[in-house]
Every structure is written in C-alpha cells, then in structure tokens.
Design a binder for this molecule. Structure first.
Ligand code: G6P
Length: 608
C-alpha cells in the first residue's frame, strides 16, 4: 500500500513528483524515494521517514529533471530502511522501478536471478523487477520487450513504473490489481496511484485497467492490454474537480479538523436528497437500477475497518427501515468464502478511499454471480466507484487523517438514506428518520461545543492500559468503532463488545484497572445496558457512560459521563461515534501521539 508518482515533460519533475508524493502519503509514510533522469545524468535519493525529509534533501539539488518517478512506502517486505525504500534498481543502475502491491512469486524469480549471477541489496519483493528487466534486456536488447516479458512473469498485485537511461524519455507503466492513473496537460504527463495526487496539476486523466501496460513518452501515451493483446485507445476523460480546503486552518491536525467538519459533512450528504416535509428520499445514483432494486431479497454489505462498522449500522437500518435481510461481511473474509449467492442479492461495497484491495477483490468475486453491485464511496472516480453498477457518493471531501471520522459519519448517513430509499413503506418511522437526519448537523455542533468536557474525561483515563467498549442494538457497532479508534491512534488496547456478551467472557477481565465505556443512551434496550453496567460495577470496574442529555439516572450510575443530545436510536451511532472519536482524539493527544499518522498504519490499504 504505497503511493507512486511519475512526471514526464519539460518542467520541474522533482517538484511535480514531490507534490504528488505529499498527497499520497496517506498510503504509507515509513520511507520515500525518487529517481530522475535528464541530460545532466541520474538522480536517486531515498530517505527513511516522511516525504518532507526527502524534500529537504532534494533542495540541495539545483537541477529540475524533466523525467522522474517517486514512491512513498508502507513496508510489506523488509523493514523501513534506505535499502528497502524505492526506487529499486539493477546492478548497473540504469533501470529504476517503483512499485505498489505485492509480487507473490518474487522468491521464485529471485532464485532464478541469483542463479544467473544477480545480486540483491534489499529485502523487498520489488527488487526482482529491475533485475528481471535487466535479465530480459540482455536477452532481447529491447527495453519495451524486456518490460513486457517481466510484467508477464509477475504474479500478485502491482502498479509499476520504470524509467531507464537506456531510453531516457520514456516511462514504462503496468497495472494489475493496484490503481494507476495518467494525467495529461499539453506535453506534460503525470502518473499516480490515484487522481488526488495529480488533480492540482491536471484534471484530464486516463485510468489504466488490469493487465494494461503503457508507455508515456514525448510522442504521447501508448496503452496495450496484455490479456486481450490489443492496443487500447488512449482516451482521456475530464474529472470533475472540486478544489478542497486542504489547509488545517485553526486546527493542530487533520483528525480534529475532520471531526469539526462533520456538521457540514452531514449537510452535504443530505443535500438535495431528502425532502423533510414530504418525508421522501431521492438518490440520483440509484435511479438507473431502481427497477432491479425492487426485486431484491438479500443485501450483503462488504467493507473493511471503520467502513465495516458503518456497514454494521447500515445493516440495522436497512433491516428495520426497508425490511430486507442484510448482512455485513469483512471483505477479506467474504472473498474466500464459498457461500451461495442468488441473483436477487445486492452487494454494497462501503469504502472511503474506493481503493481498498480486499473490498475490490470481494467485488470482483461476485462479478461472475451476475448480482447488482453498488458502491457507497467517498473518493470520486476511485476504483470501486468505477467498477460498481451504481452507487451513492458520500461527498465528505478529502479525509486525510488515517483514522476515519467524517467519512464514517457520511457513510452511515448515506446508508440511512439507502434504507429509506429501499423502503416500500412511507410510514411513521421513515418520516421520523428523515426529520431527525435533518437535525443532525446541529446536534453534532452541540457535541463539538462540549469538547472540553470530553477532553477532561480523556485526560483522566489516558494512562489506562486496557479499555472495554460495550453497547447494544444500534450502538453495538458504535462500541466496536469506539474501541477501534482508541487502538488506532492512542495504541491502548481496547475491545468492543455487545453488552449482552459480557457474561460470556469479558467480565473476567474486569477489575479496578480495567475501565468500560458503556453506551447507555435512551433506547428500547437501555434497561438491559443498565443491568450490564451494574454487573461491571459489582466487580469494581470503572465506568464511563455515554448517555442522552437529561437522563440523570445514567450519570448517577457511572464514574464519568459524556452526554449526547437526544435523537432517535436509529441515528444515535452518529452522535455517539462523534463523542467517541473526540474521546480517542484527546487520549491520543494527551499521550503525545501522532494522531494523523499513527504508527504502522496507512489510510488506504491497497494490498491484501
Ligand atoms: C484503513 C484506514 C481506515 C479505513 C479502512 C478501510 O485501515 O486506516 O480508516 O476504515 O482502511 O478503508 P476504506 O477506504 O475502504 O474505507
């Protein structure tokens, strides 16, 4: 799950590549590197750490280099070291490669190359690629052929760029299972793992498909598909581009900014989609498939991480509001399961980035079943947005912090809208949900205004080593999401549990040093949650509750309490999770963590 970029033109390639790398840092940030060629020679620079470190080092070079490739890494094979950072090269240092993905048969290739006298400097899977190109070049004396033969030998997932002094005005590119986009502006070409990295430079783009190999040169773009063995048209499309506010403004980091974006995020997700007085929902993205949706009898939601928890809330919403049996599956599990799926099933992929490898693989798996595939995606033009039959965009804007906050809220809001759109009844519940959805931005503002109180509670508990989160019904997913968020950014061990499961194991963990965050908002299941709280208290476990404003009975039960404004239980996960996101944020901040870029993680998980 790395980010790759490239530039070919007449201008400053280093500047363009650095610009792209900074945008792609969400894909990995343990090391970064660049290779560039022009008449002055070759430049290669790699640094362990962030792109800013590479940038600082590159400032020493006065040359602009009109051909360059760059990489920001999230380590899969080998530790984050300079030797393992990309670009990788052959022994003669005239072939340079950056790669996103995993070469599954790299050991086999490495063994063959070693037998042929090749020497390796890194522990990566990628290093086999430049050596294999070199191997084939020595046999064919044709770089294009050598690149193609190499790509045909690779198994796994990859987005690859190669440059070489043997052909210094070409960038060779290949894609299988990892996204790649090529941008064009007059005689300049920009290559990147996703459009966000180049959109500031051009919105004229061409997405590559699986098995495509391409050459970008001063003569233009040439694309060939290795599966069909045919040249593909190099038609560029214009991407709809909305300039985003990418600066932090008054906020110290993106996570806090994005939590504060949430009222606006909900407004945008609802805009033009709900009619409060009529109690109706309109989702343009589903219009083309609405007839098919009338005949479905099962929904499978597939997702990973926080998107999976949004999917779980969606499951409760769709079942209750639309009455359609729904289940949520982790994409990484779903893709390897052999379960019967009938054609009257709809698969909904939920993904912020639209690039998560497991979710993409799960969608590909159901291709042959002929089922309708919908997307609930945030990133416009992303792989999932393009491969699904229809869908509803979240419109949350760019989410930069690794831990998802506003995108989770947008996904949950959109899933509520889908539930309403699929509902055949226009009954009381539907009207109530629409009315309450409309109020949500204001209610989130109230929570944001009470941030100081949440911060005080977070500071009191920040040195605890473990945490349990419990909830029931709609707030069972909230408990899971709350625990995940604490783990992700504070590195404190946290588990989310269905409150009713406490007696089946987790209760054994409870003592004075093991706090529980109990979600005890007003709902049909509140009395049951209260009993669970009593059981924890009886074992001396500290209790923090999240309760509905005005319900003093709950705050009396707990050591500390966080209020959320009153709303219907179907929409409580949104308010509860905003509070839990703030709680995790303040714990992590109090511990001095890098909240936007937690250790070992990446924003977009583009390898399985
Ligand atoms: C990573 C991110 C999470 C995200 C998950 C799924 O783990 O750090 O924030 O929820 O991937 O990503 P997606 O883009 O598919 O929602």
């Amino acid at each position: 799950m790395c980010g790759i970029v490239g530039y070919l033109g007449k201008k400053d390639g280093i500047k363009s590549v650095l610009l792209g790398l900074k945008e792609l840092e969400y894909r990995g940030y343990d090391s970064a590197g660049i290779a560039a060629i022009d008449i002055e020679g070759i430049l290669i620079d790699k640094k362990v750490g962030r792109v800013s470190k590479l940038e600082k080092s590159l400032k020493k070079s006065s040359n602009k280099y009109s051909l360059a490739i760059g990489h920001t890494r999230w380590a899969t094979h080998g530790k984050p070291t300079e030797a393992n950072a990309h670009p990788h090269f052959n022994t003669s240092k005239n072939i340079f490669v950056v790669h996103n993905g995993i070469i599954e048969n790299y050991q086999e290739i490495k063994d063959l190359l070693i037998k042929n006298g090749y020497k390796f400097e890194s522990e990566t899977d990628t290093e086999v690629v430049p050596h294999l190109i070199d191997y084939y070049y020595n046999k064919t004396n044709n770089l294009e052929k050598a690149f193609e033969l190499t790509i045909k030998d690779l198994q796994g997932a990859y987005a690859i760029e190669m440059i070489s002094t043997l052909s210094p005005r070409n960038i060779y590119i290949a894609r299988l299972g990892s996204p790649l986009v090529i941008g064009n502006k007059n005689k300049e070409y920009f290559i990147a793992s996703d459009p966000t990295a180049i959109i500031e430079q051009t919105n004229k783009v061409r997405f590559l498909e699986d098995y495509d190999i391409a050459i970008v040169s001063d003569k233009g773009l040439k694309v060939k598909n290795l599966r069909s063995n045919k040249d593909s048209k190099s038609n560029f499309e214009l991407l709809e581009y909305v300039s985003e506010e990418s600066s932090l403004g008054k906020f110290p980091n993106f996570m806090l900014k994005e939590i504060h974006d949430i009222p606006k995020t909900i407004e945008t997700a609802l805009k033009g989609r709900i009619n409060v007085s009529k109690g109706t929902v309109k989702l343009g993205g589903l219009d083309s498939v609405i007839k098919q949706l009338e005949h479905i009898d099962r929904i499978i939601i597939i997702a990973c991480g926080t998107s999976y928890y949004a999917g779980l809330v969606g499951e409760y919403l769709i079942e209750e509001i639309a009455g359609i049996p729904t289940e949520v599956q982790l994409a990484s599990e779903f893709k390897y399961r052999n379960e019967p799926i009938s054609r009257s099933t709809v698969v909904i992929a939920v993904s912020q980035s639209g690039e998560t490898a497991d979710t993409i693989a799960a969608l590909k798996k159901v291709e042959e079943y002929g089922v309708l595939r919908l997307g609930v995606v945030n990133s416009i033009g992303s792989s999932i947005a393009r491969m699904t039959d229809a869908g509803v965009y979240c419109h949350a804007g760019a989410e930069k912090a690794v831990a998802s906050t506003k995108a989770f809220v947008a996904q949950t809001t959109v899933l509520a809208l889908i539930a309403l759109r699929l509902s055949k009844s226009k009954g009381l519940l539907n009207k109530k949900v629409i009315k309450e959805l409309d109020k949500l931005p204001k209610l989130v503002e109230e929570i944001l205004d009470s941030s100081d109180k949440i911060k005080t509670v977070a500071n009191k508990y920040k040195n605890n080593k473990d945490f349990l989160y419990i909830g029931r019904g709609y707030n069972y997913p909230s408990a899971l999401e709350g625990a995940l968020k604490l783990k992700e950014i504070s590195y404190i061990h946290a588990e989310g549990y269905a409150a009713g499961e406490m007696k089946h194991g987790p209760l054994a963990l409870i003592d004075e040093s093991f706090p529980t965050m109990a979600i005890a908002t007003d709902s049909r299941l509140l009395d049951k949650v209260k009993s669970n709280i009593e059981e924890i208290k009886a074992r001396k476990g500290p209790i923090i509750t999240i309760s509905t404003k005005g319900n003093r009975n709950i705050s009396k039960l707990s050591d500390d309490n966080i209020f959320i404004p009153s709303t219907i239980e179907q929409l409580q996960p949104i308010l509860v999770c905003v509070s839990l996101h703030l709680f995790s944020y303040y714990v992590a901040e109090g511990l001095g963590r890098d909240v936007d870029k937690p250790r070992n993680l990446a924003k977009s998980v583009t390898v399985e």
